[in-house]
Design a protein. Sequence first.
Length: 619
Amino acid sequence: MMRRAVPLLASSIPRHVWDPSRHNPNWADSYSTEISDRRQWPAKKWSIGLEPQTPTDWQNHSLRNLSYAYNAALRSCSTFPEMIGYYQEMKQRGVKVDLDTLNTLLTRAARYEKIQVDDIFHLFDEMVELGAKPDMATAETLHTVWEFSINTATAEWREVRRRHLIRIYNALAEADVLQYGQKDLQHLLAAQIGRYRQNLKSLNASLSPALYKKYISCIDSFELLLNEINNFLWEFVKPDHAFKEDTTLKIKIPVLHNIMKRPVAAPGVEVQLSQFEDADVCSVVLSAVERVVDRPMVDLNSTQRQRFACLALQSLIGTSGVFLTADLVAQLMDVVKYSPLDDSRERDAMRLLSNALRATTFKANGSVREAWIACAKPCDARVVGRYIAAREPWSGTQFAPQGATFPLFAAGSTATVTLEGNSDASSTETAVVETKQTQVQLLRTAAEVDLRWQNLWTLIERTGALTDPSQAPANKLEVFTGLASFLRHMFSGTRLNEKTDVTLTHSFAPGMTVEVCEKVFQCLADLRRQLDVFLSEQSADLQLAPELECWESMLVVLRGMMDFYVLNKRSQRNAQAAVTSSQESESFFVSVAELRTQLVEESRSRFDGRFRLLWLQEA
């Protein structure tokens, strides 16, 4: 009975199963057969050399061999529909797609006539999820597909895919920076970044500022760094945009002060820093300044060259007309503060403070500039404190209100920096007026010290360095550090970066007098009192402590005063003069010794023992 029923059941069996003429050698009834056996031409049998021991080893062993076999089989296919069968099996079995297979599959899909354009991008996303790592060729294939879709795809779809391509290019550029940045492949990386830049330009986009910051930190040549900063500035404008040619740097700098995206400044409208494109530009230039300072560069082998590098970057951003941020100005002022070049330090600091108070070197829109100063505060407490530390104590430069001049000595000052506007820091401006005067012998008297000390406090009050509630209290402490460094330089005649050992005796400037010494002590006591008042007004949760440089400078000045008293007493030849002034000088010495002892003791006990090193040094 069953013999007669078998032909009746045979009609339900597919013909290609039992008919040899319809046999398909690529059909897989199960995954038991070798993939390489189904190929149209034979392939090498891939295997792993090490014998697997554990189940995990067996799994990796089998997956790796499957990956070799599937990827080789995919690349050997002659048409795109053939590849889909292998690709579906790879998805089901969790086999990764390698880079060559990714490029082959995408280019075949792009040339296939019956495929939808959106499916090509979906195929790319799917293969990336399966473990494929794209490269520039893959991104350029998708870019070509996007360009040819102008007549077939909608504007919304093209915009979505354009942003997708921008993200792909930025991710690939970041991977290249991580791969080539730490190696000696600077020119290869520069060529790659240039290629990404050109591809993104056709998409009306540019590389992100975050990428430029990572890229700049890897550059070892200042010439290349300067060119890349300039290329970054040119990405904001078209090639035919207005520019200024810098003959010293031999580059063309675009003028961006009217191109930057800035919010509309109106009364009652809250403006945030993220709404200004200037913040991104300044962050990139800041990373360049940090790169110049942190590690030596190939073509910057001296301090003079380092100063030239910082001035070049300052000129670059100043010529472009971009608003300055507080972080950038503070970093540049820090370079000036520790510069050993006495002939240019104060001039550089004065020019930098002038630009910081105006926020830009261009005559920008007043409302926009005030909105920027209100939210960015380019002249904050860090800038003011480092500027004070960079000043030459006995120079003929002063800050004065608009229309009033106070000469520092009888023949007039060599330069006057004038503050105009309200006492509010947002409306404060500066104008640097340099006049050619004959060299005058400076009279270092107590009146000169008092004039300069009051001048510094006028600057602090007019800029709001200590009174602005929006500034961090830790940044305000740099003002006291700058004042202490100023007094240290005035009394000892040496700076922090000089190799002179100020811990030795005779740690005071030549030509020091008793009147000047007493006046400097009054200024130091005033500084100490102001510092204690400031620390007492702050919250206890902040745990604020003055900087080590501030505390050490005060100790150095007090130690120098004690040395000066002892040596001055020995050198007094007139006994009558010694008798008349002995009581006053002894009381002055006692006051200095008491303050020094108090500071030394506080170095050990206050501020969680952070200054214990100074206590050991002084003890």
